[in-house]
Design a binder for this molecule. Sequence first.
Ligand code: PEP
Ligand code: MG
Length: 322
Amino acid sequence: QVAEWRKLRDEATVSKDGVHVELAANIGTPNDVAGVIDNGGEAVGLYRTEFLYMGRDELPSEDVQFNAYKTVLERMEGKPVVVRTLDIGGDKELPYLTLPKEMNPFLGFRAIRLCLDRQDIFRTQLRALLRASVFGELRVMFPMIATLGEFRQAKAVLLEEKDKLVSEGVAVSDNIQLGIMVEIPSTAVLADQFAKEVDFFSIGTNDLIQYTMAADRMNERVSYLYQPYNPSILRLVKMVIDAAHKEGKWAGMCGEMAGDATAIPLLLGLGLDEFSMSASSILPARSQIAKLSKAEMQELATKALDMQTAEEVVELVNAIQA
Ligand code: PEP
Ligand code: MG
């Protein structure tokens, strides 16, 4: 099996009936890019920049960040790289950033909420990203967007920093796609409105499932409620993909679900354009998709959307993959 996967390394990802989808990788540091290339990743679908901020005793400077982003873009040799702006706060703490303790860290001051408040931190990261943009195919993504207002504010800050750099004579790419993580139910529900303003969506199922089911993704006692295959989740995913396509935009997924062998047939059927996963899952996923017909998976997904429970959905998928 491993030998069969290896052969797919330099192949495109194409379903049995000839439909191309993109298989991308999630990374945390520039060193992870080697694994992406080695596993035939077509893009970086999620660069979690938190690691740049962790394991040090002060904020990373603009230059430290610029070098990291430039390295990733260069090593990907023109393939798309989706960089997510800082998603810190809540449960992920930084020793040098003293934030008040919160009752519900996952519902609290984190990610874009923190960045829009601490604009010094946000602007430094955006400048580093904009400066790096000329070294490859940069896409910028904002995490934990709950309202259109947040997206508009974040975009305005980015455009301000871009204008400043340009007036300083610094080269900045003119085609940086700007997208959001869809990981809060309000944003999934309002995806049709967001789709008019963003360039792409990336569905963050790790958080989207926890917020939709109101089940902490870290809490063992409620893990039975953490249900990727619950029809409610599938319907939200469908809303997001359909909304993107209606506006001519693309929709990806960068939560764990994107690399899950039970979810892949459903996601292919729902029309997902980009699947971003850990690098080691890419070749197995490519091999799996090559054996699936998208037209047939559309029928499968339609059935799944009408089911009542996650268990029924799993049974349905298992029946075709047996
Ligand atoms: C997600 O929420 O699905 C996601 C990819 O982000 P993280 O796991 O970093 O919260
Ligand atoms: Mg998340």
